[in-house]
Ligand binder design. Structure first.
Ligand code: PLP
Length: 390
C-alpha cells in the first residue's frame, strides 16, 4: 500500500503511534479484499445507511445556470451526510480486528454523530473528542451523541477546536491501542488513513459513474465537490480520475476579505506537516499553523488530505475558491429552484458554479456532490439572511 502521493502523505508520527498504524494497515490487507467483509459492508450501506443514493437532475437550476446539473445525493443518507460511508467501513473493520471501542475527533459534530451511530449499531463503545468551543457551539450534536450512548470528551486546551481534538484522540489511541480503533473522519492524517477513507468514500463516484452511463451513456463533463479534509471530494472524484472529466475541488475562502482567515490550504498555503501527514497547510512564514475559518464548520481545517495536494501539483484536479457569501448564494439558489436545503459545505461547490457560470459551456453535464443536508446549518443561514440576494 502506498504511503505517499508524490511528495505528500507519509507517517510523521511519534514512535508510539507506529504499532497501531501498522496493525491497521495489516488488517486492511486481510479484510478489505475479503468477500464476507465486502458483503457485510454493502448490506449496512444499502439497508442501514440508504445507498445507493440518487443522481438527481435539477431542471430549474440547470435552466438558470445554462448547463445541466445533477446532484449526487449524499444528503439523503442516514445522519445526513457522506460521513456514514466511512464510519460504517471503519467500524466494521474495527470489529473484525477485535476492537471494542471507537475513538474519534469531531469539529461541528457531524463525524462524531456518525461514529456514535455506527458504534451503537455494531455494539461498540464510542469516545468522541471535541474542542470545548465546539461543544458550546454545537450543543445539539453533543446531545445527539450522548443519546446514542457515546462519551463526549471536551478538549479545553490549545485552540479548543478540531485541531486539538485530533491531537487528544491520537493520544487516547496510543494509550488504549489494544482495545481501541481510531475512526478518523476524513481522507487525511498519517498513512494508511488517507487511502482507507478514500476507499470507503469511493462508492460515491462508483455509483455516479454507473448512473451516468445508464442515463446519458457517458461520463459527466465536470464533477464539482467541496474540499474540507477532502473525503467527499476524493470519493466523488476517484473513479473519474482515469477518465476525461474536468474535476473541480472548491475550498472555503472565508469572508473573502484581504488577509482574512480561510480554509483554503491548497490555494493559499504551502507544504508542511500536521497530524502525521505532509500536505498543503495554512501557516505563517515561520511555520506556525494558522487558524482556519469558514462559515461552514465542516470545511474548517487548516490542511487537506495528501492526495488532493498531489492531484493539484500534477494539474489533474483544479481547486477553486468560494467565500462565505458565495456559499450562502449557492444555498439559497438550490433551496429556491429545487426544494433542497443543502449543507453549507456543498453550498460552496454550488456558489463556485454560480460565480463561474459564464466559463462553463452550455449543455455541459455537471455533477455536484451534495455531501450533506442543510438542517444543521439553519441557525447560521438565518443569521446571514441579509447576505443572500433574492
Ligand atoms: C464534514 C463535511 C464535509 C467536509 O469534509 P470532507 O472530508 O472534505 O468531505 C463536507 N460536507 C459535509 C456535509 C460534511 O459534513
Amino acid at each position: 500500500m502506498k504511503a505517499y502521493y508524490g511528495e505528500f502523505g507519509g507517517q510523521y508520527v511519534p514512535e508510539t503511534l507506529m504499532p497501531p498504524l501498522m496493525e491497521l494497515e495489516e488488517a486492511m490487507d486481510v479484510h478489505l479484499a475479503d468477500q464476507t467483509f465486502q458483503s457485510e459492508l454493502s448490506d449496512l450501506l444499502n439497508n442501514y445507511a440508504g445507498r445507493p443514493t440518487p443522481l438527481t437532475l435539477c431542471p430549474t437550476l440547470s435552466k438558470e445556470l445554462g448547463f445541466t446539473v445533477r446532484l449526487k445525493r449524499e444528503d439523503l443518507l442516514h445522519t445526513g451526510s457522506h460521513k456514514i460511508n466511512n464510519a460504517l467501513g471503519q467500524a466494521l473493520l474495527a470489529q473484525k480486528m477485535g476492537k471494542t471501542e471507537l475513538v474519534a475527533e469531531t469539529g461541528a459534530g457531524q463525524h462524531g454523530v456518525a461514529v456514535a451511530t455506527v458504534a451503537a449499531r455494531l455494539g461498540l463503545s464510542a469516545t468522541i473528542f471535541m474542542g470545548s468551543v465546539d461543544v458550546e457551539r454545537q450543543r445539539m450534536n453533543v446531545e445527539r451523541m450522548r443519546l446514542l450512548g457515546a462519551k463526549v470528551e471536551s478538549v479545553s486546551h490549545g485552540t479548543q477546536t478540531l485541531k486539538d481534538a485530533i491531537n487528544e484522540a491520537l493520544r487516547y489511541w496510543i494509550v488504549n491501542q489494544k482495545t481501541v480503533h481510531y475512526c478518523f473522519g476524513t481522507a487525511a492524517g498519517p498513512h494508511p488513513f488517507p487511502s482507507l477513507v478514500r476507499g470507503f468514500q469511493s462508492i460515491i463516484s462508483l455509483e455516479a459513474r454507473d448512473a451516468y452511463q445508464k442515463i446519458i451513456g457517458r461520463s459527466p463533463d465536470m464533477v464539482v465537490a467541496a474540499v474540507g479534509g477532502g473525503s467527499n471530494s476524493i470519493g466523488a472524484f476517484a473513479h473519474f480520475i482515469p477518465l476525461v472529466v474536468d474535476l473541480v475541488g472548491v475550498e472555503a475562502a472565508g469572508t473573502g476579505e484581504e488577509g482574512c482567515y480561510n480554509s483554503a490550504p491548497i490555494n493559499l498555503g504551502r507544504p508542511g506537516i500536521l497530524h502525521g501527514q505532509r500536505s498543503m497547510l495554512l501557516q505563517t512564514a515561520s511555520g506556525q499553523v494558522l487558524p482556519s475559518h469558514s462559515i461552514s464548520a465542516g470545511l474548517d481545517y487548516p490542511s487537506v488530505g495528501p492526495e488532493h495536494s498531489y492531484l493539484h501539483s500534477i494539474g489533474r484536479v483544479r481547486y477553486g475558491l468560494a467565500n462565505d457569501r458565495e456559499a450562502l448564494e449557492g444555498f439559497s439558489l438550490l433551496a429556491r429552484t429545487e426544494g433542497i436545503l443543502p449543507a453549507l459545505e456543498p453550498s460552496h461547490a454550488l456558489g463556485w458554479l454560480i460565480t463561474n457560470q459564464a466559463k462553463i459551456p452550455p449543455r455541459s453535464e455537471v455533477m455536484v456532490c451534495l455531501s450533506g443536508r442543510g438542517d444543521k446549518d439553519l441557525d447560521i443561514v438565518l443569521s446571514h439572511l441579509d447576505a443572500i440576494k433574492n
